[in-house]
Design a protein around this ligand. Sequence first.
Ligand SMILES: CC(C)(COP(=O)(O)OP(=O)(O)OC[C@H]1O[C@@H](n2cnc3c(N)ncnc32)[C@H](O)[C@@H]1OP(=O)(O)O)[C@@H](O)C(=O)NCCC(=O)NCCS
Length: 135
Amino acid sequence: MSDAAKSSEVPPGKPAIKMLMMPRDTNVHGTIFGGAILSHVDQAGAVHARRHGCDRVVTVAVDRVEFTLPVYVGDVLCLHCRTLRVGRTSLTVEVDVWADRFSPPYETIRVTEAQVTYVYVDEDGRPKPVPRPEP
Ligand SMILES: CC(C)(COP(=O)(O)OP(=O)(O)OC[C@H]1O[C@@H](n2cnc3c(N)ncnc32)[C@H](O)[C@@H]1OP(=O)(O)O)[C@@H](O)C(=O)NCCC(=O)NCCS
């Protein structure tokens, strides 16, 4: 992880979701499996998409993901989201994952970063326009 990432501060505002890491999600090394973290990333971005009025989205692409530090059992993950781009029927969300460490030195540190693109769809799974805010 870069020094810039390490020294940056937890984003303001509430995380989209928070999650306690349990032993069931460990890999063969005993740390948390990257696929489990990705699942939470995907869910957090989808929750964030609701802020744009998109109540039904599907994930079309994970454009970038970087696991910068391991996640341990007992860590509480806080997934903070930011809209990077709003297209006609899609939006791209940056998801920053911070861990509240359960063990010394009990720090809060960024562990994963990702960019995920969602498409707003109707009941038949067809893309529809992302709602625009009233002027
Ligand atoms: C997502 C899906 C509905 C898009 O259908 P489609 O017929 O390709 O639709 P379009 O070509 O009109 O693209 C829709 C939007 O997705 C964007 N898009 C399509 N493929 C993309 C990709 N690989 N990366 C980023 N954006 C992409 C398009 O740019 C467009 O955005 P815009 O309207 O903002 O410009 C379809 O591919 C699908 O159902 N995929 C499976 C989704 C899924 O099951 N995800 C896992 C579980 S949630």
